[in-house]
Design a protein around this ligand. Structure first.
Ligand SMILES: *[C@@H]1O[C@H](CO)[C@@H](O)[C@H](O)[C@H]1NC(C)=O
Ligand SMILES: *[C@@H]1O[C@H](CO)[C@@H](O)[C@H](O)[C@H]1NC(C)=O
Length: 177
């Protein structure tokens, strides 16, 4: 069995100026088993969007909640992962019409991997990201990936492709509003 070491990095780009759409990826489940809030993930302390797409902050957002988890989440190639998004970096905080995000803000949801020498490394610039998942606009239902995030209460589920070689990777999951 191929085993991946993953540290999950958060990425969020919202070009909208509304304050409601912001959402944060702060927890991962592997085959439905939650790994714990902020475990193996760089979670920003604010849900403020990164607006400068030339900035390195676009990779994982910024001002991570300290200390950053040093856990590496093991996932076998071909296994299913679920990224959990919520309005607050702290995760689900009770009833909130904008949790996991403001449903009026539409856009695609994407996931990427990048191989790294060590998944706990803090210098994450210059990486070779490749896309493993996308959920854009379904022309038949007029639903965006963001609609599915809302309907699924913040869950975004996809496969780590079976062809991924064993090694350490960063996983970036983003919702673009
Ligand atoms: C955006 O980020 C780039 C790269 O760090 C920087 O050179 C540029 O000044 C930034 N632009 C703004 C408007 O902050
Ligand atoms: C979200 O995923 C978790 C497992 O990570 C599961 O327990 C929960 O039922 C899921 N919720 C929805 C609405 O799919």
């Amino acid at each position: 069995m191929t085993v991946l070491g993953l540290v999950l990095s958060l990425s969020l780009l919202l070009s909208t100026t509304t304050t409601h759409a912001r959402t944060v990826f702060s927890e991962l489940a592997v085959n439905g088993v939650d790994q714990g809030h902020a475990v193996g993930i760089r979670v920003p302390s604010s849900n403020a969007p990164v607006l400068n797409i030339s900035s390195n902050d676009i990779i994982c957002n910024k001002k991570f909640i300290q200390p950053v988890s040093q856990a590496i989440i093991k996932v076998a190639a071909g296994e299913e992962v679920t990224a959990h998004f919520h309005h607050s970096p702290a995760g689900f905080q009770g009833p909130d019409p904008a949790d996991p995000l403001d449903p009026t803000n539409k856009g695609p949801v994407l996931a990427y991997l990048a191989p790294v020498p060590s998944a706990t490394e803090s210098d994450v610039t210059g990486l070779g990201w490749f896309k493993i998942f996308e959920d854009g606009l379904d022309p038949d239902t007029h639903q965006w990936g963001s609609d599915h995030v809302f309907t699924n209460k913040g869950n975004v589920t996809f496969l780590i492709p079976p062809c991924i070689r064993s090694g350490q990777y960063l996983l970036r999951v983003e919702d673009i509003g």
